[in-house]
Write a protein that binds this ligand. Structure first.
Ligand code: G1P
Ligand code: ZN
Length: 543
């Protein structure tokens, strides 16, 4: 087999975003596009003689990309690649395998919750040896490399069979096709009381539905809930991964997981519903006629953590992204532990977890996780909830209501304006930044501005800083409005407006969040002129 050196020229748009390089499938199919990025990873991290993990969420182009990456790895002197069977590995399972076997890192092929198929999106992300997304200094290096690339190396060889578990070779390189679920399920079994959850799921009255949204968690969920935990067949819906996710949008929220929402808010609703996204790192939790906001979910998990075997000794700390509600902060305060506020994106949690400063992490964007891996973990969150339900023997709604009674309620909502023209979105943010100095002390709709800034973060572990992570307007009563542009979209810009208010009085907790947040929604419009700047009358997605 010969190694071919192919001449190439840089693509200017290969800067990794919030989670890796995410583009349309068509962009990835341009000549040398994927190869340039992969060679840039190899060059910047140095892979000769090393072991890598490789897998993806099964979306369109996953298999082709895996064959290309394997041949490039062989040509670049990689010693061994561990590939999930069929090229499938959820994002948290990849993180688990990198950590368990101490590999140099791993490559995850996914565009997370973005739609798939020939006209959908594709993505590639490098994770380092702690199992987490590469930190900014690594992604900056690899971007710099992609901008000066002149050639890449690839082995001329036939495609490998990815579907049969076992050891193969490709040139000099060892390729190990392994069972995608085993290591990951073992890790989850070490954290949760599977026997107790088994009792709950087989007690004859408790009913749950898990919606895998035709994406990567299907096989894991079938094996775990219907296999190991004894739930009846049919518990997992949309459980067969499809290259185009059944033409759906595999994002577990109230808008895109509407099949599940209809069931949990319908007649004779089950007790518990959950959904996960394209690559299995996000989760949505529902009770009968009840939605748990991701911010509340993090707070409830934290408050109940000692009921779960893996966390019975308590938490070292909690970390949340800046736009996530402060519900978890109140739990941390009552537990006497630290709560960290990081920029958006899971990569910022890595140092805190590695340093033992935080045990649980969460984002408002349906992401929750812990120090068991270095990614958010959808099925982990589902099992955590089931473990709590099994111990407390109460409904999801009762648990959350009691939580609000104890800690107060953080009303929360995110309004997304998708597909905004990039120039218009940038203008909106620039104007807003310009107006920040004039806002302090101003009273709007009865709310007095306490601070107005652009969030910047200094990592408490390595001292690195990240600027311009979101425009925040905080009010004296603790309410907030936050504006930021998405770093994961592939078409135009997405403006995210995050709204939060706090109500301590349990007697006033029966509001609809949109109602409770109305004054803040109006303030957001008045300071940012969202309608005229975006040309849109209302958000495209409200969660
Ligand atoms: C979005 C979420 C963010 C999450 C990321 C990856 O990023 O807002 O919390 O970490 O997806 O799942 P954004 O598009 O806002 O940059
Ligand atoms: Zn995801």
């Amino acid at each position: 087999m010969t190694i071919r050196t192919v001449e190439t020229t840089p693509y200017s748009d290969q800067k990794p975003g919030t989670s890796g390089l995410r583009k349309s499938v068509k962009a990835f199919q341009q000549p040398h596009y994927l190869e340039n990025f992969v060679q840039s990873i190899f060059d910047s991290v140095g892979v000769a003689g090393q072991t890598l993990v490789l897998g993806g969420d099964g979306r369109y182009y996953n298999r082709q990309a895996i064959q290309i990456i394997l041949k490039m790895a062989a040509a670049n002197g990689v010693a061994r690649v561990k590939v999930g069977q069929g090229g499938i590995l959820s994002t948290p399972a990849t993180s688990c395998v990198i950590r368990k076997y101490g590999t140099l890192g791993g490559i995850i092929l996914s565009a997370s919750h973005n739609p798939g198929g020939p006209d959908g999106d594709f993505g590639i992300k490098y994770n380092t040896n702690n199992g987490g997304p590469a930190p900014e200094k690594v992604t900056e290096d690899l971007y710099a490399r992609s901008q000066t690339i002149t050639e890449y190396k690839i082995l001329e060889a036939a495609d490998l069979d990815l579907d049969r578990v076992g050891d193969r070779t490709l040139g000099e390189m060892a390729v190990e096709i392994f069972d995608s679920a085993q290591d990951y399920q073992e890790l989850l079994e070490s954290l949760f009381d599977f026997d107790r959850i088994h009792q709950l799921l087989t007690n004859g009255s408790f009913r749950m539905v898990m919606d895998s949204m035709h994406a990567v968690t299907g096989p894991y969920a079938h094996a775990m809930f219907e296999g190991r935990l004894g739930a009846p067949a049919g518990t997992v819906m949309n459980g067969t991964p499809l290259e185009d996710f059944g033409q759906g949008h595999p994002d577990p929220n109230l808008v895109y997981a509407h099949d599940l929402v209809d069931i949990l808010f319908g007649e004779d609703a089950p007790d518990f519903g959950a959904a996960s996204d394209g690559d299995g790192d996000r989760n949505m939790i529902l009770g009968s006629q009840f939605f748990v906001t991701p911010s509340d979910s993090l707070a409830v998990l934290a408050a109940n953590a000692t009921l779960v075997p893996g966390y019975k000794d308590g938490l070292a700390g909690i970390a949340r992204s800046m736009p996530t509600s402060a519900a978890a902060d109140r739990v941390a305060e009552s537990l006497g532990i630290d709560c960290y506020e990081t920029p958006t994106g899971w990569k910022f949690f890595g140092n805190l977890l590695d340093a033992g400063k935080a045990t649980l992490c969460g984002e408002e964007s349906f992401g929750t996780g812990s120090n068991h891996v270095r990614e958010k973990d959808g099925l982990w969150a589902v099992l955590f909830w089931l473990n709590i339900l099994a111990v407390r023997q109460q409904s999801v709604e009762q648990i959350v209501q009691e939580h609000w009674q104890q800690f107060g309620r953080n009303y929360y909502s995110r309004h997304d304006y998708e597909g905004v023209e990039s120039d218009r979105a940038n203008t909106l943010i620039t104007h807003l930044r310009g107006a920040l100095p004039t806002l302090k002390g101003k009273v709007m709709n009865g709310y007095e501005v306490d601070y107005a800034d652009d969030f910047s973060y200094t990592d408490p572990v390595d001292g690195s800083t990240s600027q311009k992570q979101g425009v925040r307007i905080g009010f004296t009563d603790g309410s907030r409005v936050v504006f930021r542009l998405s770093g994961t979209g592939t078409q135009g810009a997405t403006l995210r407006v995050y709204l939060e208010s706090y109500e301590a009085n349990a007697a006033k907790h029966d509001h609809d969040p949109q109602q409770a947040l109305k004054p803040l929604i109006d303030i957001a419009e008045s300071v940012a002129s969202i309608r005229s700047n975006t040309g849109m009358d209302q958000p495209t997605v409200i969660t």
